[in-house]
Design a protein around this ligand. Structure first.
Ligand SMILES: C[S@@+](CC[C@H](N)C(=O)[O-])C[C@H]1O[C@@H](n2cnc3c(N)ncnc32)[C@H](O)[C@@H]1O
Length: 260
């Protein structure tokens, strides 16, 4: 589909740097290697090549979701794309699922959950800070072009207020909170038999507390705890090897399944 005004595009320069911006008539996009005119992009096909004002070749695509998330405005730290992929598979997030997440943060996981459950699924997201909720709403709207109808965003403190009655009967729950053990009792009451809980946290101390809390309920089968390492390689004729730098530690993913 050809690029239209109002759409977001991803520009990649000769050094592999990525920039994401919204197309507006008669505007210029300035970057490290000069500028390009938005009008030159509007009407072209994704994957097109342009030349910047400084004579540098650039490529223009529709933004990959993972790139969009890394560039969007953040209130809280987002879940990294490598971990988002693992959460979706370890949690078997599927079409038509009813999924609850807390906290919403910047909305990165929310966007992937919405993509996975489809229009007939439902994503409910709790966030205790109003300003983060507003930021996430803006990010989700920018990504989808509008707020999806099957998304429910609630300003709610899951530790103190638990899970609302109408939000119960859940297929999946994802907790990305500083003290997730404080939400386990609420999850126990709201997750369907056979439903899957995932907890994402950066430290072992947090995970240990969650594991203890889950065991205490006797209502979960603990499936495992995982860490995802993703190492990019340099691919050049005379030097094919892992790159010097990588994102080392982000977080652990704990997976548990609700017993009947
Ligand atoms: C690390 S961020 C979540 C990031 C999000 N998963 C994303 O990918 O963008 C953690 C969020 O949990 C929220 N939070 C902390 N305690 C909470 C609570 N008791 N109930 C609801 N949200 C809470 C914080 O305000 C913060 O926005």
């Amino acid at each position: 589909m050809k690029f239209k005004t109002g759409q977001f595009v991803e520009l990649i320069d000769t050094k592999g740097r990525k920039y994401i911006f919204q197309l507006k008539k008669n505007e210029k996009f300035h970057f490290h290697q000069g500028f390009v005119l938005h009008n030159e992009i509007i009407g072209k096909e994704p994957g097109c090549q342009l030349v910047s004002s400084k004579g540098k070749k650039v490529l223009v695509f529709y933004p990959k979701t993972s790139d969009f998330l890394l560039k969007m405005k953040r209130g809280a730290q987002i879940i990294y794309p490598k971990d988002l992929g693992a959460i979706l598979t370890l949690g078997d997030i599927s079409l038509n699922n009813k999924v609850l997440e807390a906290g919403t943060g910047s909305g990165a996981l929310t966007i992937y959950l919405l993509k996975m459950v489809g229009e007939k699924g439902k994503v409910i997201s709790y966030e205790r800070r109003k300003e983060f909720l507003e930021r996430a709403k803006e990010n989700i709207k920018n990504y989808f072009g509008k707020l999806p109808q099957n998304l429910i965003l609630r300003k709610r403190d899951i530790y103190k207020q638990g899970i609302r009655r109408e939000d119960k009967n859940l297929d999946r729950v994802v907790l990305d909170l500083p003290e997730p053990w404080r939400a386990i009792d609420a999850v126990k009451k709201s997750l369907k038999a056979g439903g899957i809980l995932m907890v994402y946290n950066p430290t072992v101390q947090q995970m240990l507390r969650v594991k203890k809390e889950i065991d205490k309920t006797k209502r979960f089968y603990f499936e495992g705890m995982y860490e995802v390492l993703q190492r990019e390689w340099k691919i050049e004729e005379m030097s094919m090897r892992p790159k010097d730098r990588m994102v080392a530690h982000t977080g652990f993913i704990l997976v548990a399944r609700r017993l009947s």
